[in-house]
Design a protein. Structure first.
Lengths: 461, 193
């Protein structure tokens, strides 16, 4: 399955993408079109964000744009420039499902989408648009406007419990987060012997997917066979994650299709929706109910902070002194913090930008990594800087875009009435009525996974 | 010092990778107001029309852009007076351009292209016609941008710079004088000849 591609007719061979590729997957010589080696590509899409080699009238002629647009399956309302490096778009599949009266379309969006999407309608970088996002999805015609943030709260319940279990029962440490699919792919490709350090908890997208067609279908008295589960992500790799053969624990394909933030902007424009003038609306209950802890999954250090907010209270039984755990925030590629949790000094590490993980993994192999829990995100400053986010016209805006999207994420966290995953009432209800307890039987069946090379994993990818 | 000549952008070909970031920045700078281009590519509703043209050859790449010639052949041949001198710079008035291509023929560098011309996100029509207009497009040194040429600022490799040819010539003169002075100082017998 091709996720990222480089158009040989457009590539000038500048090799700027080679500089940002975290796994040396782009090969070629200067001034000649580059080749993407799919076996090495972790599908993060940073090359897509970087590439400036566009279809131009001066270089390729008047008819070239339409030809490339059609070849990439983009709707006729797309007017933005098309570049040599691109991700394969699955919007046509979403449109087909939306037009099919026999299909129920249920949608989920990632936290980073709501701090990015408005930029493609001319709003300032990092404009927070959670309410308008929900309103837009409803007007597009999705039958249920759910949210991946709900599943992020569930992720914390499972991954937090997994960490506590590993720490108290002398399990394998450090535990690495597993919600970034490009990072998981990198681990499987380059350090398969370390894969058991990955949390077995699925990513929020895949947890939502597995719950939508089981708990969600039951809750809404809908036949899961009729549900077409759509995911909107800041990420180009999430389509790959959703199509991994094992991601079908609901008995169906858990997530049917993934589109990026940019492609959602195409869809909103195609439907003629005036995004910036939409009213603020809520996501549907119960699977669109979320806390501030879930929202910060979109920024580097966010999964760590969310896990600490819950882990602290589960371990000590007391409220955490400060909900804002600023020691784990920041844009540095690798940072460490020691957090006092009752009698335990929890040693944590945060990696952002996949190139920064190699020294950490080498330290682990050399027995020199003294950490309990390490968060890893592939993109420069977490998902808000993902390969599927609105693409900046000039590179000098990268920094301000990263900062403003991050700031908006923390603003949203602060304004939400509940900021700890274990206090999400809809998640509490999920455990009371369906999952029973974190790491329980249902959870193991639906919400946990194995990695490439594990005995029960089946064939490799 | 007094600058008597038109400034222009030059490229250090050892640094240029041919990435076309300069073209994207050029387009953004010229279309912020006219076509509401924002910070992300999703805000672009018209074809991207740059005023410089990245050219890739076997061994190098560089943007080709107007040198603002002092004896401008493009300006000389334009019968519509659509190409004018503004200060020391050579500027195209797209509204007057009829797309006759005389300037393209006259320019020895290919620094001018005929490109679609848009305003308020819509193609500008030919006078008295429903057909879309094209206009000569070439570097105007971002005269409307207080921060100077957008291409220079956007280059990820700092390959572009605004060249003041008089200043450059004086620097070369000084370097040459210093080199000659060293040679002469080391060969006193030459002075006696």
């Amino acid at each position: 399955m091709t996720v990222i591609a480089i158009d040989q007719d457009l590539c000038t061979g500048c090799q700027e993408c080679v500089k940002v590729c975290p796994n040396l997957a782009i090969e070629g010589v200067p001034h000649k079109p580059q080749t993407l080696v799919e076996e090495k590509c972790v599908m993060c899409g940073q090359c897509v964000q970087k590439c400036k080699s566009y279809v131009s009238v001066a270089e390729h002629g008047f008819g070239a744009y339409e030809k490339v647009r059609k070849a990439r399956g983009l709707p006729p309302t797309v007017t933005e420039p098309l570049f040599a490096a691109y991700n394969v778009c699955h919007l046509d599949e979403v449109l087909k499902a939306l037009d099919d009266p026999k299909v129920e379309t249920w949608v989920q969006s990632a936290p980073a989408v709501r701090v990015g999407i408005a930029e493609d309608f001319g709003a300032p970088l990092g404009t927070l648009a959670a309410g308008k996002l929900a309103a837009a999805l409803r007007r597009i015609g999705f039958n249920k406007v759910y949210d991946v943030n709900y599943a992020a709260d569930v992720t914390i319940m499972e991954e937090g419990s997994e960490l506590i279990d590993r720490v108290t029962n002398k399990g394998l440490l450090p535990m690495f987060t597993s919600c970034c699919p490009a990072w998981v792919k990198y681990m499987e490709l380059n350090y398969p012997e370390l894969r058991h350090h990955l949390s077995t908890t699925k990513s929020p997208q895949q947890i939502q997917g597995a719950l939508v067609k089981t708990y969600g279908a039951k809750n809404q008295k809908t036949d899961p066979k009729k549900i077409y589960s759509v995911s909107i992500m800041p990420c180009t790799c999430k389509q790959f994650e959703s199509s991994r053969p094992e991601m079908a624990d609901s008995g169906h394909r858990d997530v049917d299709v993934v589109i990026t933030t940019r492609e959602l902007a195409y869809l909103i424009k195609l439907k003629g929706i005036d995004f910036l003038n939409l009213p603020e609306e809520k996501f549907d209950l119960p699977m669109g109910d979320y806390t501030g802890a879930a929202e910060i999954f979109g920024v580097t250090g966010g999964v760590m902070e969310a896990a600490l907010r819950t882990g602290y209270e589960l371990i000590t039984g007391k409220p955490i002194p400060s909900v804002d755990i600023t020691a784990v925030r920041g844009p540095e590629g690798y940072r460490e913090a020691d957090i006092q949790v009752g009698d335990l000094t929890l040693k944590v590490g945060i990696v952002t930008g996949l190139k920064n993980v190699k020294p950490v993994l080498e330290a682990l192999k050399a027995g020199k990594l003294d950490r309990h829990f390490v968060e890893v995100m592939t993109c420069p400053e977490g998902c808000v800087t993902g390969g599927g986010q609105p693409k900046l016209i000039v590179d000098k805006d990268f920094e301000s875009a990263y900062k403003s999207r991050t700031d908006a994420t923390y603003v949203h966290d602060k304004e939400l009435p509940i900021r700890k995953s274990h206090e999400n009432p809809s998640v509490k209800k999920l455990y009371e009525t369906f999952l029973k307890k974190p790491l329980g039987e249902e959870s193991h069946k639906l919400l946990h996974t194995t990695y490439c090379g594990d005995p029960k994993h089946g064939h490799g990818h | 010092m007094v600058n008597d000549f038109g400034l222009f952008v030059t490229t250090d070909t050892a640094k240029c990778t041919g990435c076309r970031a300069c073209e994207m920045a050029c387009f953004q700078s010229h279309n912020k107001k006219r076509n509401s281009v924002g910070r992300t590519v999703g805000t672009i509703t018209t074809p991207v029309t740059a005023k410089l043209y990245v050219t890739v050859i076997e061994t190098a790449s560089m943007p080709i852009q107007c040198k603002h010639c002092e004896n401008s052949p493009c300006k000389a041949v334009c019968k519509q007076q659509a190409i004018i001198r503004f200060g020391h710079q050579v500027i195209v008035d797209e509204n007057k351009c009829i797309g006759c291509k005389d300037c393209l023929v006259a320019c020895p560098f290919g620094a001018i292209a005929l490109l679609p011309y848009y305003d308020k996100g819509q193609p500008v029509k030919q006078v008295g016609s429903t057909e879309n207009k094209v206009a000569a497009s070439k570097c105007d040194l971002c005269l409307d941008d207080a921060d100077g040429p957008a291409c220079v600022r956007a280059c990820p490799n700092e390959a572009l710079s605004v060249s003041d040819i008089n200043e450059e010539r004086k620097k070369k003169n000084i370097a040459a004088a210093e080199a000659l002075a060293v040679i002469n100082a080391g060969a006193p017998e030459r002075r006696q000849l």
